[in-house]
Design a protein around this ligand. Sequence first.
Ligand SMILES: C[S@@+](CC[C@H](N)C(=O)[O-])C[C@H]1O[C@@H](n2cnc3c(N)ncnc32)[C@H](O)[C@@H]1O
Length: 226
Amino acid sequence: MSRPASNPWNETPAPGETILPAHVYAHQRDWHGYFRALAHLGPRDTLLLALLAFDAEPAPDAPRFAIDLGCGDGRDTAELLRRGWRVLALDASDEGLDRLRRRTDLVHTDRLETRLARFEDLTLPQCDLLVASFSLPFCPPAFFPRLWAQVRASIRPAGRFAGQLFGDQDDWASLPDRTHQTPDQARSLFDGFDFERFQEERRASAVDPANHPKQWHVYHIVARKR
Ligand SMILES: C[S@@+](CC[C@H](N)C(=O)[O-])C[C@H]1O[C@@H](n2cnc3c(N)ncnc32)[C@H](O)[C@@H]1O
């Protein structure tokens, strides 16, 4: 389902430099490396599924409002703007927000607000859609309950969550600064929501040239608040 995005950045590796798979950088919270590795990619499938569901509902008079939590370089934000949404894009990475603002595929930039913010202490307004693509697991466990309470309160009735949580069998679950859930824990976070997708993915990524395998355990989630 993903579309390629236009890449405003010259990501050509320097002579002798190898760009590794994105997970190698994400493991270290090396967001510069992560953004370079994935700069060519379009919106996440969970976002596209949520947008399909909204499109099947009566159109509102005013643009719908989304929060892109941990937006990175804005692969989802760009799609939301393209589809006519207002977007608040939040991330703790200056570079991510800068890359987002400098994308060549942004339209309706008057509908975009970017904000430097940390999961640990942010406050969220009410929204129709909260997007958290591969970002929430990077919230340290001590701060996750507060963050999740913010997420739940932010989504208005009939609004949606679209994003990922990571499972307890993922090999990053042993890292002390990550938040992972068992399948039951992940489902129970969505009390009061109806799942439109709850897809549990377990796979091993190929070993890259620098010998970095990864065991993935990911929940791909789209859920509608009652
Ligand atoms: C794996 S990337 C995902 C980026 C983007 N949503 C995507 O789908 O490619 C995780 C993002 O979470 C952000 N992040 C990590 N820890 C954070 C924190 N404590 N507060 C806010 N953002 C954080 C990173 O800066 C990064 O942009």
